[in-house]
Design a protein around this ligand. Structure first.
Ligand code: AMP
Length: 222
């Protein structure tokens, strides 16, 4: 497997499996996983200045202002110019996409692929209401598709599983509206730049990953 840097943006509604696929890309293909959502949740947990600033947005499912997101992202990109990076949940608006292009350009790089993991709204609601996450290692479970072996306990580290506050049904609908209004225009943005690929998110975790693998490491043997 080559170590050549690669910048991959995963796009898709909440619950389409971006986080799960990004973890697989990290664990199996050596990508660095950048999730703005995880970064913010970590800040909130530690009650840092950034955490206090973004808390209200994150728990209510609204987008954190672009300046705050871009400041964090620029620092990250500059530290990872040599890596293969998977961007999960970033960018989420056109100004963020433009900001990402600018910082990558400064390092003579670009977004190499934007993969849209597509999923219908009703399926999003069904999946997110059943999603649980580990408080300790952040691993994601789904009570329907991939339940933990023992209820409420993480298979990987024994940590406690919880439901994200923004995964409650009322908030899920708001997040979907935000996605359609502010994030979906990115499909066209990346299509215009000839880097857009689409995968059907309904085919299941392993088949989605097989598609990603085929696309991102076409020479890989297995
Ligand atoms: P996620 O874990 O990607 O679903 O993100 C959870 C929440 O974090 C979102 O609902 C937003 O409040 C915030 N967030 C994450 N990424 C971004 C982003 N790129 N732009 C604005 N807000 C974000």
């Amino acid at each position: 497997m080559s170590n050549k840097h690669l910048n991959v943006v995963l796009l898709g509604p909440p619950g389409s499996g971006k986080g799960t696929q990004a973890e697989l890309l990290r664990d199996r293909l050596g990508f660095v996983h950048y999730s703005t959502g995880e970064v913010f949740r970590d800040h909130i947990k530690r009650q840092t200045t950034v955490g206090l600033e973004v808390q209200e947005y994150v728990t209510s499912g609204k987008l954190v202002p672009d300046e705050v997101v871009l400041e964090a992202a620029n620092a990250f990109v500059s530290e990872h110019v040599l890596d293969k990076v998977v961007f999960d949940g970033f960018p989420r608006t056109i100004p963020q996409a433009e900001g990402l292009d600018r910082v990558l350009e400064a390092h003579e790089q670009k977004v190499d692929y934007c993969v849209l993991i597509d999923l219908e709204d009703d399926e999003v609601v069904r999946r997110l209401s059943a999603r649980r996450q580990c408080r300790k290692c952040n691993r994601i479970f789904n009570l329907t598709f991939s339940p933990p072996k023992s209820e409420g306990v993480c298979d990987a580290c024994g940590g406690e599983l919880y439901q994200r506050e923004d995964d409650r049904e009322e908030t899920i609908r708001d997040r979907l509206a935000v996605y359609h209004e502010q994030t979906e225009p990115l499909v066209e943005y990346y299509r215009d730049r000839f880097v857009l690929e689409r995968v059907d998110g309904a085919i299941g975790r392993d088949r989605v990953f097989a598609e990603l693998r085929k696309l991102l490491v076409p020479d890989d043997e297995d």
